[in-house]
Design a protein around this ligand. Sequence first.
Ligand code: FRU
Length: 491
Amino acid sequence: EQNEEQYRPQVHFTPDSMWMNDPNGMVYYDGEYHLFYQYYPDSTIWGPMHWGHAISTDLVHWDRMPVALYPDSLGWIFSGSAVADVANTSGLGTSENPPLVAIYTYHNPELERSGSDTFQYQGVAYSIDKGRSWTKYEHNPVLPNPGIRDFRDPKVFWHEASESWMMILAVQNHVSIYSSPNLIDWTFESDFGEGIGAHGGVWECPDLFPMQAGDTTKWVMLVSINPGGPNGGSATQYFVGDFDGHVFTPEGIKTKWVDYGKDNYAGVTWSNVPGEDGRRLFMGWLNNWQYANQIPTGKWRGAMTVARELELVEVYNDYLLVSKPVDELQNLRGVEEQLNPETISGEMEIKKAFELPLEINLHFDTKNSSTITFAERFGIALSNENNEKLLIGYDNLNKLFFIDRTNAGWDSLNKDFAGIHYAPYINNDPILDMHLIIDRASVELFAKGGLVVMTEQFFPTQPFTSISLFSEHGEVSLSEGKIWPLGSIWN
Ligand code: FRU
């Protein structure tokens, strides 16, 4: 059934039906990756929030589980995180069977309606059966509201050096950091964010974690912002700096974005990931609040990005995030097809009679001497018999990657959906690589080894039936091209 719906993603998590937004409570425990998410089981429109739940052993295939957290007398269950309290610091489990602890925001709609400013506060729930059933802590809330309307989305992590739990919380136009010995009693440490970074909208869904860049350890802070993203609406910025257990000190002042496309929001990382220096694994909501409640998907609304591995690299005295689909996704690949290296001028069809999803890897050689006039724009296009077309490429005049969904189908309901969206990148390197995961209704572009990421949805009125490479006002040479069909995660 999930293979028959026109817009049903085949390699991305979706609920079987009804509304989904932010990923929540991502934690690895005992062989399983947990994904919780903002869920409204009674409608395909956002409403009273629950935590939906899914479990995976490979970050690719997901088992849909029953709803984990229902609204209660304290309010709806907004976004938050989960940790494995392996030392049972909370006392909510035992040392033999430590608890999973979820820390989330209660949003109280009655208080909000009454005109109060104190309608968001943090609560705790725990599970002692590997996340199958959850009990709310009996003395919630654990962090009451200090009189600020936007006070939400706690992301909790264990801070090795100070041997305490840390919470980073979105507070209106900044984040606040709190510490705790036991996940229950929280002490304010510091604020970060006023006067730095993007401020076109409210700050939401922060995360804070250490990463290795060569020999150096840096701390990376993710902060989602809505609106105010680089191409309009929702997006996630990040800061790189240091964290001493009390205060986050950023380096550099330029605003950086995890993803420049319009459809990657509220993403955070998994906690307790196994392995030496465990991988830093990320997932975002593949959507944008500008049109999230209107997209024409069907009996469900909302998908997640593929799980991605983040790395931190030093580039020109700056630290930048690199994103890649997790290696496990390659297990979905079918037979590899190779494209011949050649010079592209105008439009060249490379595929017809195919089904999405596909994974495509393209290397364009921008310095090839056989190129007489170098193209102004080049890339890859998907089209159908209705003359709808999705373009993904590089604009060499302006030095920008782009996704153009101006004429890719669904655009009538929302003026913010259609359009051409850009990501900056000065290409000093002869090879311009584009790695694409193209599902039935979304594309994820990982360019320059993952330094530039763009994630966007598309809704053609009929499935795309042709894929071509294009080069405008000049030529470009393709030095390498590979295509893999991807199997469905629902089979
Ligand atoms: C982000 C967000 C969060 C909030 C949740 C409510 O998309 O607005 O700040 O907790 O969604 O569903």
